[in-house]
Design a protein around this ligand. Structure first.
Ligand SMILES: *[C@@H]1O[C@H](CO)[C@@H](O)[C@H](O)[C@H]1NC(C)=O
Length: 216
């Protein structure tokens, strides 16, 4: 008994052929409507899509560890620390940490003793101390630290000596291994100049000792 599936009626075959030829024609027409792009044809200007929305989880606030980043005092403190610790890291020395008491000490010394005369006179207190003075108000923490650190060119680390007539003590205090805490103040003298004090503890610059050695 012949199976009807193997022998479709001729009318069905005819419809199928019609359908296939129509499909081929449509593909050819599509190709004709979209010829290959000529290299001489100018590129279409891109469609002006609406601007992309930020991702759904786009943070609206800075990350938590930067929550004080707009606080000027915090920024200044970070700059003092970073400027010092970049140099200390170069010598594989422990980084300084910020000490609020040292910063207050520097601030008080400036307010009570140096605001009026703006002189480079040390407080001769129990801490290490670097002083900087600059005309105008644009001097930043990294300017002062960079200025002190430039003394490295006068310093002979093998002999632990400084070139005649030059200063090296600001630099050696920055890199003094046993100093672990830092507190600085930046302010303006009465006459408008910038004054910067950094205090270090434990103090450095002991005569006869090398800055890169540990003495504790
Ligand atoms: C401010 O005082 C310091 C120290 O006396 C001095 O060197 C500097 O020239 C003064 N600056 C101005 C703008 O008067």
């Amino acid at each position: 008994m012949p199976s009807p599936v193997c022998k479709p009626p001729p009318i069905l075959l005819f419809i199928l052929l019609l359908f296939l030829s129509a499909a081929v024609e449509s593909v050819e027409q599509n190709n004709a409507l979209h010829p290959r792009r000529s290299p001489f044809r100018p590129r279409r200007t891109p469609y002006p899509f609406p601007p992309q929305r930020p991702p759904h989880n786009h943070p609206k606030r800075p990350p938590p560890n930067n929550k004080n980043i707009n606080n000027a005092a915090e920024l200044e403190k970070r700059e003092f620390l970073a400027a010092h610790n970049k140099i200390r890291l170069f010598y594989k020395e422990p980084p300084l940490t910020w000490d609020h008491t040292l910063a207050l000490y520097a601030k008080n010394y400036f307010r009570t003793q140096r605001y009026n005369d703006c002189q480079m006179i040390h407080s001769t207190g129990p801490h290490g101390e670097n002083l900087f003075w600059g005309s105008g108000k644009h001097w930043k923490p990294s300017d002062a630290v960079g200025f002190w650190a430039e003394e490295v060119k006068y310093y002979n680390s093998k002999a632990n000596t400084c070139m005649n007539g030059k200063m090296c003590g600001h630099y050696t205090q920055i890199v003094w291994r046993d100093s672990l805490r830092l507190g600085c103040f930046r302010g303006y003298c009465k006459n408008g100049s910038t004054y910067i004090i950094c205090s270090y503890d434990p103090p450095g610059n002991f005569v006869g000792e090398k800055p890169f050695d540990s003495h504790v």
